[in-house]
Design a protein around this ligand. Structure first.
Ligand code: APR
Ligand code: PHB
Length: 411
């Protein structure tokens, strides 16, 4: 066996998703060096289609970090969304606009998560000449409860490596291994909720027919109308959790979308699918504390939300802002005390977003889709909440301020 190569950096980051890459960027700006390890290839992470809504504080942070040039050119600023539902059972659906600009004076930007990832990779690798180690395997964290943690891995060419650091960051997403390492200390609590449905998502070469996102509550289940560009529409259908996307032909998907998104005067443009339809499960999960010794969890590694509130990437970025500040304080002489409050500060925002995502999910989905008798009590509550949300300025403002994103540090 060839010898393990030894490396050293101040911070070791596992995962090149939004959490890992924004952390690396914020640290670089603060003069802290880091190594980023990623299991997949660059082309894979650049092509991975995820959600595409950036909160106002996320956009501000990316601008401050100097990685928002293309976002500012190509991102689509939106100043509201529509909630689409029938006022009376069986009646025609109507749109009820939640006007973010009027209610809270801010908006969101529609820009795909993989575009954010592409911009961050170009900035780090192509512009700054800093490395990201792609296609690594056998990643393991060591000695995280000491002041000299390390990470070992096997590189794409089979060579073995060890990185010695002061701090290690688990930014390896929901399926990564860092949460288990944080849990090995015995004081990690995992709070979870699963939902009895999933989303079937499609990306279509079809011009969006409205300027804003539409969240539709329909007897046959929820549907979401979103977009990526003036030529590309992103659409989702609530489906049973065990759905095999292979059972859904293009014709069946368009039929179902046309039914659930129907509204007098609304046309849904159809077009060729740009990728295979995929099914995403719906789950809420919060693991805390988000720290064990010198290992810090951030993003999906520590928490996930159902996508209805579009919070996943935004929370990941909010976490690493707090983490970058904590690490900067540590190097500025605060020592271990610099890390105090990291988990607590993140979890306050995380739980607010968990609540909002659960609220949107519960209000908009059918828990009994397409059933004859259904769950009249549950549906009655949903209709009451939908009507209240669109008719009370106070309720609409609450939705708007959560959707556009509470200022970092506000909760
Ligand atoms: N070693 C190295 N890299 C790993 C490992 C591992 N053992 N396990 C996972 N990874 C990588 C994944 O390949 C992925 O690129 O970690 C990265 C985690 O990135 P994301 O899943 O995008 O998670 P995060 O950065 O926290 O961003 C949260 O992602 O899941 C979406 O909707 C969610 O938008 C949210 C965002
Ligand atoms: C998306 O465009 O992919 C999207 C938008 C809003 C959501 C979820 C996903 O709530």
């Amino acid at each position: 066996m060839t010898q393990r190569r030894e490396h050293r950096s101040q911070v070791g980051i596992v995962g090149a998703g939004p959490a890992g890459l924004v952390l690396a960027k914020l640290l670089a700006r603060a003069g802290v060096d880091s190594v980023v390890l990623e299991a997949r290839s660059r082309s894979y992470v650049e092509a991975r289609v995820r959600a595409g809504v950036l909160e106002a504080p996320t956009v501000e942070l990316l601008r401050e970090a100097g990685v928002a040039d293309r976002l500012d050119r190509e991102g689509m600023p939106h100043s509201g969304i529509a909630l689409r539902f029938a006022d009376a059972p069986g009646g025609p659906a109507q749109d009820h606009r939640i006007d973010f600009a009027d209610l809270v004076g801010k908006g969101i930007t529609v820009y795909g998560q993989q575009e954010v990832v592409k911009d961050l990779l170009a900035d780090r690798i192509d512009d700054a000449g800093l490395p990201v180690e792609f296609e690594v395997s056998d990643v393991e964290f060591h000695d995280v409860t000491t002041d000299a943690p390390s990470i070992t891995w096997t590189a794409a060419d089979g060579s073995a490596h060890r990185l010695h650091c002061d701090v290690v960051a688990g930014c390896d997403g929901f399926h990564g291994g860092s949460r288990a390492v944080a849990g090995a200390g015995g004081d990690l609590t995992v709070a979870e909720r699963s939902y009895p449905f999933a989303w079937l998502g499609v990306l279509a070469k079809a011009a969006p027919t409205t300027d804003e996102l539409v969240y539709a509550h329909h007897d046959r289940g929820f549907a979401l109308y979103s977009m990526r560009s003036p030529e590309v529409t992103r659409l989702y259908l609530q489906v049973p959790p065990e759905t095999d996307p292979g059972d859904w032909s293009e014709a069946r998907i368009w039929d179902e979308l046309q039914t659930r998104l129907a509204r007098p005067g609304f046309t849904l443009n159809e077009g060729e699918f740009l990728e295979k339809p995929g099914v995403t499960g719906m789950r809420s999960m919060v693991a805390g504390p988000m720290r064990r010794g010198r290992l810090f969890l951030a993003g999906d590694a520590a928490h996930i939300v159902p996508p209805t509130g579009a919070k996943g990437m935004n929370l990941a970025i909010a976490d690493v802002r707090v983490l970058a500040e904590a690490i900067t304080r540590f190097y500025a002489g605060a020592g271990e005390g610099g890390f105090d409050g990291y988990s607590e500060t993140c979890l306050r925002r995380v739980w607010r977003a968990e609540h909002f995502s659960w609220f949107m999910t519960s209000m908009l989905h059918r828990f009994d889709p397409g059933t004859e008798a259904g769950d009249p009590f549950g549906v009655g509550l949903q209709r009451a909440q939908l009507r209240y949300t669109v008719s009370s300025r106070a309720a609409a403002t609450s939705l708007a301020e959560n959707y556009v994103g509470l200022p970092h540090g506000a909760v």
